[in-house]
Ligand binder design. Structure first.
Ligand code: SIN
Length: 486
């Protein structure tokens, strides 16, 4: 096992954190570094009894947490934020070891996730109700904003820290308690966050992390337990649909941040350097493993060749390798299945007439590394057009006019994020209104912002994370009618 050399070794935990305690298990699973296939840590499996305890204690902790004043909740969240930032370097080191992302991105993710806590510590102070007009004299009508209750969650491996904090921060700010099961591939970042939550003084049972390799039975409990009021998931659409169906049995509130098939459009009036820059950020961040990565890159035929040449020279500068090495900008994919999928999509596109401009193979850096790749001549009939690639492959499609490209962009069951590069302000508004996506980036390839509503439409899910919309998802509007007043 490769020991992680951390400034603060306490951050490395290897079992579930439930009701303020670290609970050992009877068996273990291994966390593997995708860059070198070495074991980073062996982690204890949560037992069914411990899982039940996590939910029961989250339910017990609700009252005490809700009764804290907003100032008390906000100051505990602020303390958690500060501790995360103080430990940013170690947290990023853990993240790179279990997930593979380059150190610069890992540092960025820690800060990005922490920002949600800082933001919602402030937003907790603005959970205002309403006083309504009434339809009879002697009545008063109020709307109270009440926490939904116990929230459970399952989070993915591609953002091992930020996806947890993006949910936990508004949940805790609203007065909910929170139990999260991180991906079995990346549990260590979650456990380190739990350690810091405890250090910050967040009371027992308010934030628990359960770790286990058998996602199915754990997911079943998290989505069906009668004490759970809300379930929040980030992951694939296929898994999200199953979990959503399970939530129906007890009519839980849900937030689902699911898959995407983001179009990125470059119009002939765009600043090509800005468009290339935006494409680099959107496509190659996290080795192409984000739900909002540009998946289909539409380029107007007039500027197609110039764009491809410029993109090629930027892609050739990318350095593939182990995330902690100096200058590395593309880490490994998460597992063999992911690499095989990318290979299959490229081969099938080439067989159907696509042209390989760059890359296209596994990288010599190691088993799970893939060369940043550019394909041109992609058509809507190809698998790569219709699948979420989740790898460092830019798939380029030429187009002729705005109406055609909007139709092509919307030709997907997904609706998470879309991007367009143009200098025409009239077009900016037309695109913002006509693109069937929860998010639209104009002349920008990375939109992440704790103040903004992140989320999708169609089969990309429901609910929003971030901003005032993010906290709404953890609050109920309770109508109180007081009658027979003098
Ligand atoms: C995601 O892939 O779901 C998260 C990406 C981001 O927050 O930018």
């Amino acid at each position: 096992m490769s020991p992680l050399e951390l400034g603060n070794p306490e951050l490395l935990k290897n079992c579930s954190f439930i009701n303020g305690e670290w609970l050992q298990g009877e068996s273990q699973f291994k966390v593997i570094n995708p860059a070198n296939s070495q074991v980073v840590a062996a982690v204890d499996e949560v037992s069914p009894t411990q899982l039940e305890m996590a939910i029961q204690t989250a339910s017990k902790a609700l009252l005490e947490w809700q009764e804290k004043t907003v100032d008390e909740r906000a100051s505990l969240l602020s303390k958690w934020f500060e501790l995360i930032m103080t430990n940013q370097s170690d947290l990023a080191y853990i993240m790179t070891a279990e997930q593979g992302k380059p150190r610069k991105e890992a540092l960025g993710e820690v800060a990005y996730g922490a920002k949600y806590i800082e933001w919602y510590a402030e937003e907790a102070r603005r959970i205002n109700g309403d006083v309504l007009p009434v339809n009879q004299n002697g009545r008063r009508a109020l709307v109270l904003r009440r926490p939904v209750g116990v929230v459970t969650s399952i989070t993915p491996w591609n953002f091992p820290g930020a996806m947890i904090l993006r949910k936990a921060a508004p949940a805790l700010a609203a007065g909910c308690t929170f139990v999260v099961k991180p991906s079995e591939q990346t549990p260590l970042s979650a456990l380190a966050l739990a350690y810091l939550a405890n250090e910050a003084g967040i009371p027992a049972g308010v934030f628990s992390v359960i770790v286990g390799s058998n996602a199915q039975p754990i997911g079943e409990v998290l989505t069906t337990h009668p004490k759970v009021a809300k379930f929040s998931f980030t992951g694939s659409t296929a898994v999200g649909k199953k979990l959503l169906a399970q939530c129906a049995s007890t009519v839980k509130k849900t937030s689902m941040e699911l898959g995407g098939n983001a179009p990125l459009m470059v119009f002939d009036d765009a600043d090509i350097d800005v468009a290339v820059n935006g494409t680099m950020g959107s496509k190659f961040r996290n080795a192409g493993q984000t739900c909002v990565c540009a998946n289909r890159i539409f380029v107007h035929s007039k500027i197609h060749d110039e764009f491809v040449q410029k993109l090629k020279s930027r892609v050739m500068e990318l350095k593939v390798g182990e995330g902690n090495q100096e200058g590395v900008s593309v880490g490994p994919l998460i597992e063999e299945k992911a690499v095989a999928k990318v290979e299959r999509l490229i081969a099938s596109a080439i067989n159907s007439g696509a042209r390989l401009e760059l890359g296209g193979r596994r990288d010599p850096a190691g088993e799970l590394f893939f060369q940043p790749t550019i394909l041109t001549g992609i058509t809507p009939q190809m698998d790569i057009f219709n699948s979420e690639i989740f790898g460092p492959v830019a798939a380029i499609i030429p187009f002729e006019n705005e109406e055609e490209v909007i139709n092509l962009a919307n030709q997907t069951e997904y609706g998470l994020c879309s991007y367009a590069f143009t200098s025409n302000m009239n077009r900016v508004f037309r695109l913002s209104e006509k693109l069937d996506f929860g998010m639209v980036g104009i002349n920008e390839g990375v939109l992440s912002n704790p103040a903004a509503p992140f989320g999708g439409v169609k089969e990309s899910g429901m609910g929003r994370e971030g901003g005032r919309w993010g906290i709404d998802d953890y609050l109920e509007n309770k109508y109180v009618c007081i009658g027979n007043l003098d």
